[in-house]
Design a protein around this ligand. Sequence first.
Ligand SMILES: N[C@@H](CCC(=O)N[C@@H](CS)C(=O)NCC(=O)O)C(=O)O
Length: 321
Amino acid sequence: MTEKISTQNISTSELTKEITSTGAFVRQGNRFTTPFGSKEGELPVETNRYRLLWAPICPWAHRQKIVFHLLGLDEVISTGTANPVRTSKGWEFSLDEGGVDPVLGIRYLPEIYALTDPDYDGRATVPTIVDITTKKVVNNDYFNLTIYWETVWKPFHKENAPDLYPEHLRKEIDELNNVIFHEVNNGVYKAGFATSQEEYEKAYDVLFKRLDLLEDRLSRSRYLFGNQITDSDVRLYVTLARFDIAYYMVFRTNRNRLIDFPNLWNYAKDLYQTPAFGDTTDFDAIKRGYHLGSHSENPYQILAKGPDLSNWNEPHDRARF
Ligand SMILES: N[C@@H](CCC(=O)N[C@@H](CS)C(=O)NCC(=O)O)C(=O)O
C-alpha cells in the first residue's frame, strides 16, 4: 500500500528523506513484507517467537503497540523500545541496561538489518519484527502489520478482545485506511519533509481538506465506523496525538491545531482515555523525538515548552452517540 518510489532524483539528507525532483517526499518501500499465516512461505504464527522493535515517538510503531494492548498480544510477542531521539547511527536501545536490547544484543537498529541482509541500503525503521529464533528481521511492513495482528493472530487474542477488522466492514476500512495513510498519516510527513514551497503547500492543503471531512464525519458517530473502535481509529489516532505537540510546529501543519476541531478533538480525547490508547501514548517521547531528532532544523536543541497537555484528560462529548 506504500506509494511507488521514484528511484530518480532521490537525495539523501541528514534525515535520509526520499525526495523527488519537485521537492516532494516519497516514502521508501518496505524491504521485509512476508505475511504472517499458515501457508507455505508465510511467517508462522507462534507465541514467544517474535520481537517488536519500536520507538514511542513513531506513529507507525505506536499503532502496533495500541493493537497489541487492545488484543492482548503483548503477552505473546515481546517488545524492545528504542530511545525516542534517533541518533546519527539510527535508533538506539540506550534505555536498556548496557545500552543494548536484552534479547537481541544489538545497540542500534541498523545492526539487525545488516545481519539480515548485508546489502540492504535503505533506512532501518520502526516498527521492525524480528524472529528471535534466527535473529533476523522478518517484517517491517508498517502498513499491513496491524491487519495481521487482527486476523491471523486471532487464536492468541485475549478473551473479549474487540474485533478491530470486522469482515463486513473490511472493504470500507481498507478504503478509509488508504485515504488516511496518503492524506493524513503520511500527509503530515509530506508537508514536513517537502523541500519546495509548492509541494509543502500541496500536502498542507490535502491534509486540512481531509481533516475537515473527518471532522464532519465525526459529527455523526462516536468512532469512524459507528460505535465500535476499528483499525481505522487506531491509524487516525496516532497522527492526532502528535498533531499539536509535534506536527503543528515541526512540520508546519499550522492552519489550525487539533484542539480547534471540536469533533476531532473530542474523538481524540475519547480514545486517549480508552485503555491501550492513552497508556501507550508517551507525549514526552513524542516531543523529544520530533523536536530534537533533527540537529539541522534545531541546532541548539531547544525543546518547546508547550503545549499544555492536561486537557487530554478533560471530559469529552462522545457519550452523546
Ligand atoms: N518503514 C517505513 C515507515 C516507518 C518509518 O518511517 N519509521 C520511522 C520512524 S516514525 C523510522 O524508523 N525512521 C528511521 C529513519 O528514517 O532512519 C519507511 O521506511 O518509511
